[in-house]
Design a protein around this ligand. Structure first.
Ligand SMILES: *Cc1c(COP(=O)(O)O)cnc(C)c1O
Length: 450
């Protein structure tokens, strides 16, 4: 029984649950979605909170440039390129047998400096916030200082007295571990069974304590939380509930707005922007979507993508059960090659805050993720990890069928769709070792050849 109903009863009251349980690729556009103005009221955070996060990242830029020389060209900002991908758009159209009007772009968070994934936004931001709070409270720093002074033995010795703990499927641990250890913190990362070996090796090279768990993400997080609670000098980074992580992700939107405008891409009600975001626990895509709605209002449409084996956000929002349900409760195994998305229970905070703001949800099979990985490598020479491809079929899913009456409800006429910009948020991959990347590509090529 799940929330008082059997799985059979759930399938009757919510027909798409049958497809999700059967691991079919599934699409749902949420009829409860409201205008940006109305939906943003559900989020207990404001534009001021997002601006404060942005200002904090500005303050840290001189420090980041000092400790991570690869960020000198961007003046200490951790930001990724935006790129048009017309060859991939053509390849997608022929793969799905569809005409794909508008233009497809990719946001290459896969190539964010320091940790090569979207977690270099939220994860690093929360570590910096913790460091700033501690340093200011202990008179080591004030808001007007040049933060490059934190790149010193004194500062590192100070931070060494404090600890950070986190549970992760890999990329969050990588971001927090590298950033935390660089500042001087003692960092412990609780890794779920999905975590790739190279991510654990890389962290240990940075002096991070890596605890390996045989279980999935939720259990790794629970163990991290339990250990940290016993130690007042330990800050637990709570991926399931953290508003700091969320705000760190949200800052991406204003920067994207500038990039689009520099690239000559116009966004308004008649030139909508569709953004396809891979979703794990929900903080990353949720934070980005929150920022996007603040930046573009009703002109942006956010759609979340998950693996067929881990549709936790889709299931949570569609059933209304949010974090009261896990995919395993419905017999879905949460085993996927998309390790960044291998989450069985969504963040309740994000699902509830965002439920009237995210237009839709869809699932992608692991085979399709691999096929798309090979296809974007062929078409554009871009190398991504499997999780990062979840957003790639989004345009085709949005244009293919409209059993939810979505396009009509949103007044997305053919004329407007001709003017649309579609953005695939590519969330990770540039740090994947070459041998592993070659194996990903061959696997995808084999699927394309079938
Ligand atoms: C973490 C992650 C995501 C999703 O972020 P959540 O906050 O877990 O929803 C997407 N792609 C990659 C590669 C990730 O590491």
């Amino acid at each position: 029984m799940i929330a008082g109903k059997s799985i059979q009863e759930w399938k009757r009251s919510h027909p798409l649950i049958g497809d999700l349980v059967a691991l079919k690729e599934t699409v749902w556009f949420n009829p409860a979605v409201r205008s940006a103005e109305e939906a943003l009221r559900d989020v207990k955070l404001s534009a001021d909170d997002k601006n404060e996060a942005s200002a904090r990242l500005d303050r840290f830029a001189p420090y980041i440039a000092s400790v991570f020389p690869q960020t000198v060209p961007t003046q200490g900002f951790i930001e990724s390129p935006l790129k048009a991908i017309p060859e991939f758009q053509r390849a997608l159209g022929s793969r799905y047998g569809l005409e794909l009007p508008g233009s497809v772009w990719v946001k290459l968070d896969s190539h964010l400096p320091i940790s090569g994934s979207i977690k270099a936004r939220g994860g690093i931001y929360e570590v910096l916030k913790y460091a700033e709070d501690l340093a200011i409270a202990n008179n080591l720093l004030n808001l007007n200082d040049n933060y490059a002074k934190l790149d010193s033995d004194d500062a590192r010795a100070f931070f060494r007295k404090y600890k950070i703990a986190v549970g992760s499927t890999g990329n969050l641990g990588l971001s927090i571990g590298i950033m935390g250890a660089t500042l001087g913190f003692e960092v412990t990362v609780h890794m779920s069974s999905d975590a790739r070996q190279w991510k654990k090796d890389r962290l240990r090279d940075h002096g991070v304590i890596v605890v390996e768990h045989a279980s999935d993400y939720s259990a790794a997080v629970a163990e991290g939380r339990r250990q940290a609670l016993q130690d007042p000098r330990c800050h637990f980074i709570d991926d399931e509930n953290s508003t700091n992580l969320f705000l760190g992700y949200a800052v991406a939107a204003d920067r994207l707005k500038q990039q689009l405008s520099s690239a000559g891409v116009h966004v308004d009600r008649d030139h909508p922007l569709f953004v396809y975001l891979p979703c794990g626990v929900g903080g990353g895509p949720g934070g980005v979507a929150f920022g996007l709605k603040l930046a573009f209002g009703d002109s942006v449409h956010c759609i979340f993508a998950e693996p067929t084996h881990s549709p936790c956000m889709f299931l949570g929002v569609y059933s209304g059960l949010h974090d009261a349900v896990s995919v395993q409760d419905f017999g879905i195994d949460n085993v996927t090659a998309a390790d960044g998305l291998a989450v069985g229970r969504a963040s309740g905070f994000v699902g509830k805050a965002m439920q009237r703001l995210v237009d839709g949800y869809y699932t992608v099979s692991d085979d399709e993720l691999y096929a798309l990985l090979a296809l974007i490598n062929r078409a554009e020479g871009i190398q991504l990890e499997p999780s990062a491809l979840a957003g790639a079929p989004g345009i085709a899913r949005m244009l293919a069928r409209d059993q939810d009456g979505y396009r009509e409800r949103m007044q997305l006429t053919p004329g407007i769709l001709n003017n649309a910009t579609h953005l695939v948020w590519a969330t990770g991959g540039s740090m994947v070792p070459e041998s592993e990347m070659n194996a990903y590509v061959s696997r995808g090529e084999a699927i394309l050849a079938m």
